[in-house]
Design a protein around this ligand. Structure first.
Ligand code: C2E
Ligand code: CA
Ligand code: CA
Ligand code: CA
Length: 279
């Protein structure tokens, strides 16, 4: 009961203005979802425009609620971020990814890179490196298949601290990508000292890349500067042939979107890996 009171206090303190019973319900349901395996992962292939093959995928969380059906992470992740619950969700995802990679390794499947979305609060924890080591049982072979996607929002924090965190995880062989690039505060000048691997241009830019000449220019400029910094560029939200065509012309490195593949359930994704699908 004391623990519950503490939780409720946390809750009210942070979401005093929310319709309380409804949101309190959601908070409890997320806990249950983790305990009762209502969460699962889907994998959206990311294609390399040099080889035309997918050797990586973004891991996306899905919640199959016993009564309400599928609930989108776009609904519960922002909520979980507000309440701090996202730290536990991120941990759930990390553990599931470690298990998945190990299982593919044991099956002898060609192992893809898996990119996970890590919330700012999880990325900034002081023991991040140790935490990753523990979760992956110190297996650096597996860790070298992990990519952490950080949203631009993280970059408003103290840059020295961020730099330290990035350096530490990269020492484990983990790669780092900046997600939703172009929507937040960061500029390429802000990330120029960060030893990151990829930037992902936000899908809002890709959506208008063909129809809006200003958008075309912005994406072109991001691409040029990123390549100048030796960063690989991923375009996400690619839905149409003409977008893909333009991105190829611009020298984009990697693409992801419904045109190429929707997020796939594990079995479908495994089949795709075995077939060496090309675009
Ligand atoms: P995000 O990281 O920007 O992920 C990309 C979203 O775009 C995904 O939505 C994906 O399904 C969707 N998408 C992929 N291709 C296309 C396309 O061609 N067109 C359009 N319109 N959309 C496309 P999803 O799975 O609903 O995830 C929404 C957001 O929830 C993610 O945005 C991410 O911020 C968050 N999220 C998802 N999974 C996790 C997770 O495991 N942990 C955390 N912390 N956040 C997550
Ligand atoms: Ca992402
Ligand atoms: Ca994104
Ligand atoms: Ca997003």
């Amino acid at each position: 009961a004391a623990r519950r009171a503490e939780r409720d206090w946390y809750w009210f303190n942070n979401l005093a203005s929310a319709p309380v019973d409804q949101r309190l319900g959601l908070w409890r349901e997320i806990q249950v979802a983790m305990e009762e395996d209502q969460f699962y992962l889907v994998f959206q292939p990311v294609f390399d425009l040099q080889s035309n093959q997918a050797n990586s995928a973004e891991v996306l969380l899905r919640w199959r609620h016993p009564e309400k059906g599928l609930i989108s992470p776009a609904v519960f992740i922002p909520f979980a971020e507000q309440t701090g619950l996202v730290k536990r969700i991120d941990q759930w995802v990390l553990e599931a990814v470690a298990r998945q990679l190990r299982s593919w390794q044991e099956q002898g499947l060609s192992m893809p890179l898996l990119a996970i979305n890590l919330s700012g609060i999880s990325f900034l924890r002081a023991d991040l490196e140790q935490h990753l080591r523990t979760t992956f049982h110190g297996d650096t072979g597996l860790l070298s298949h992990l990519v952490l996607e950080l949203t631009e929002g993280v970059l408003i924090e103290d840059m020295d601290r961020i730099q330290l965190q990035v350096e530490q995880v990269r020492q484990l062989g983990v790669k780092v990508a900046i997600d939703d690039f172009g929507t937040g505060y960061s500029s390429l000048s802000r990330i120029r000292n960060l030893p990151i691997d990829h930037i992902k241009i936000d899908q809002s830019f890709i959506e208008d890349i063909v129809s809006n000449p200003q958008c075309t220019k912005i994406v072109e400029a991001i691409m040029l500067m990123a390549h100048g910094l030796r960063l690989q560029v991923i375009a996400e939200g690619v839905e149409h042939e003409d977008q893909l065509h333009l991105l190829r012309q611009m020298g984009c490195d990697l693409v992801q979107g419904y045109l190429l593949s929707h997020p796939l359930e594990r079995r479908e994704f495994e089949t795709m890996l075995q077939q060496d699908l090309e675009i």
